[in-house]
Structure formats: C-alpha cells, structure tokens
Design a protein around this ligand. Structure first.
Ligand code: GH3
Ligand code: MG
Ligand code: MG
Ligand code: MG
Length: 311
C-alpha cells in the first residue's frame, strides 16, 4: 500500500538524527545485603545487556526506585532490619510502580515463608543458588512483560507512539533536563494538511494508514533520545533535546519533504498528503509554554499556505 520509503538524501547536519530506534536495555534493581552476591548477579545480568543497580541497604530501596526506574526488582528476603516482602508491600503501595515486576530471590526454603512473601506483592519466588541462565531468563521474561504492560498504558495502539498525557509529561521532563544542563530543547507540533479530505475521499481505514506511515517516518528520522507522541487524531508532538531552532526546522523540513514524496495508492488512484509543523525552542532557560508556542507556530504555518514549517 505504502511504497517502500524512498527517502531522498539527507543533508549532513541531520546524520545524527538517522539512528533507528533501538530497544533500551532492561533496567533491574537488585536488593541483597550480601554485597558480593549482589555484585555477581549484577555482572551476570549486565553480561546479558541489562542495566543493573544493586542496593545492599534496604533503606535505600525507595530512593533507588525513584532515581533508577527499574522494570524488575529482585528482592532478597533476609535483610538487615526488615524482610524483603515488606519492601514489596511498600513498592506495591505506590501506583507509579504498578508496572514494575517484583521477584524474590532468596535461599528461603520454607514453603509457607515463600507463599507469605508472594502474598505481600512479589509475583514469584526464585531460590538461591540460581544458575546464570535461570537468572537471566527469569529476569528478562519479567522485564519484557513489564515493558509490554508499560507500552499498553503509555502508547497509542495505532502508531505505537506515546499517548497525549505521556508526551505532555515528557515535555516537562525534557525542559527540566535542558534547563539543568543549560542546553536547548525544541518541541515540534505537527498536523496533517486537509486530512478530513483524505478521510472523506478514501475512508478512515486509508486515513489510518497515512497516520501510521508518518509515525514510521518520524521514528526513522528521529534520534533515540527524541520523543514522539500522538497528541491528538492527526496531530503529533516531537521533543528534540539538545537541538536548536535551526536544526529543528531543518529536521522538520526534511521530514515534511519525505512525507510529501510518499505515494499512497487506493485501487488505481494515487495520492499524497502534506503536513505542517510549528517549532518552539527553549535555549537553556525554563520556558513553560512550549506546547502553546509550537501550536501557535503551527497555526502560522497553516495560515501561510500549509506544507511548511514555522518557528
Ligand atoms: P488542516 O489542514 O486545517 O489541519 O485541515 P484538516 O482537515 O486536517 O483539519 P481538521 O482538524 O478539520 O480535521 C482533522 C481530521 O482528522 C478530522 C478527523 O476525521 C481526522 N482524524 C482524526 N483522528 C483520526 C484517526 O485516528 N484516523 C483517521 N483516519 N482520521 C482521523
Ligand atoms: Mg540476605
Ligand atoms: Mg489537520
Ligand atoms: Mg488537527
């Protein structure tokens, strides 16, 4: 339906934007008061490509949850001053951590103790000693499941892009980061031109395919550190950290041209669709109205004829 992406050559300054999206490594928090053992598990999981943090003091667990955002927590049961399941219970009290998988990893052999621990919030019980293979497979299965859940909550099912609420949240996260680092950040608001006509002429299913084609194109063109969301029906938001206004406009123009060059065919009819975009840039200082500013720029692009980028 969509002909294979025939993307024209991109100018040099956009090279860094061509990184394909790669799945981020799984994030695992190990809680074990045996520092040597914790370090061993850490090395094994890191060897399998995961990002691991080990905590030996149970008092530091909630802080690590907040700072490290693990997808899987491996909890020892016997810890100084508390039982591992008390930590599971604490983690389960916070709805922000709903999607985190909790597994106990303990030498506790008593079945009643194990069942008791699972009742407090951990999903299952792995026993020590554990082979490297068992550890890696147990953790990766749970991390994959956690990510699946996360995506179901945060991502739009048509495009796989971040949903409205998450992309808005992400704008603030990136603004804060940029202000802290004294770096610029650009936000682009993108809207398809005369999209109602596409739906009216070819039907909603065809319209949906156009929306998916643009999502795919943006994923290909943006950097791993960029975020893309489906802000509304045929409106998208891209957040470009460490990208000044000029680079952002160049990037958006390249995307605009590639998208306009796509041919969609329905039966014997061939058509193309254009987009307009508005860019707002914050150059290091905190700016609160980025989305509004991008939206205003988008309206200027629409007003001045569409199929263009304004800043
Ligand atoms: P403009 O150039 O001013 O943006 O014109 P437009 O027709 O694109 O703007 P308008 O906001 O009037 O219409 C947007 C259309 O997008 C209307 C709606 O039917 C369509 N739309 C919104 N979400 C979806 C979707 O998920 N799938 C499809 N196929 N169409 C959608
Ligand atoms: Mg212990
Ligand atoms: Mg539109
Ligand atoms: Mg619109």
């Amino acid at each position: 339906f969509v002909k294979p992406l025939d993307i024209p050559e991109v100018i040099d300054c956009l090279e860094s934007h061509l990184n394909l999206y790669q799945a981020a490594p799984y994030r695992v928090l190990i809680v074990d008061d045996d520092a040597l053992l914790a370090e061993r598990y850490k090395l094994v999981l890191e060897g399998a490509g995961m990002l691991v943090e080990a905590v030996t003091d149970p008092r530091l667990v909630l802080e690590a949850m907040n700072d490290f955002h693990p997808e899987v927590v491996l909890l020892d049961l016997n810890l100084p001053g508390c039982r591992g399941y008390e930590l599971a219970q604490l983690i389960r009290l916070n709805p922000d951590w709903l999607r985190v998988a909790i597994a106990y990893l303990s030498s506790e052999q008593d079945e009643m103790q194990q069942v008791q621990a699972i009742r407090h919030g951990g999903e299952d019980f792995l026993t020590k000693p554990i082979s490297d293979l068992r550890l890696v497979s147990a953790v990766s299965v749970r991390a994959a499941r956690s990510r699946q859940l996360s995506d179901a909550i945060d991502r739009d099912s048509l495009t796989g892009l971040l949903k409205h609420a998450r992309i808005k949240e992400q704008v603030n996260i990136e603004l804060e980061r940029a202000a802290r680092q004294g770096k610029p950040v650009s936000v682009a608001m993108i809207d398809l031109d005369h999209f109602k006509d596409v739906n009216d002429t070819y039907g909603h299913a065809v319209g949906d395919r156009v929306i998916r084609a643009l999502s795919q194109l943006m994923r290909q063109r943006l950097r791993k550190t960029d975020s893309i969301g489906r802000y509304g029906g045929e409106e998208f938001v891209a957040i470009l950290p460490d990208c000044d206004q000029q680079s952002a406009c160049e990037l958006l123009n390249a995307i605009r041209e590639s998208f306009a060059a796509l041919n969609f065919s329905v039966g014997d009819k061939v058509f193309s669709v254009t987009l307009s975009a508005g860019v707002a840039t914050s150059s290091g200082a905190w700016k609160t109205n980025m989305l509004e500013a991008a939206d205003q720029a988008l309206y200027r692009a629409k007003d001045s004829g569409r199929n263009r980028v304004d800043a």
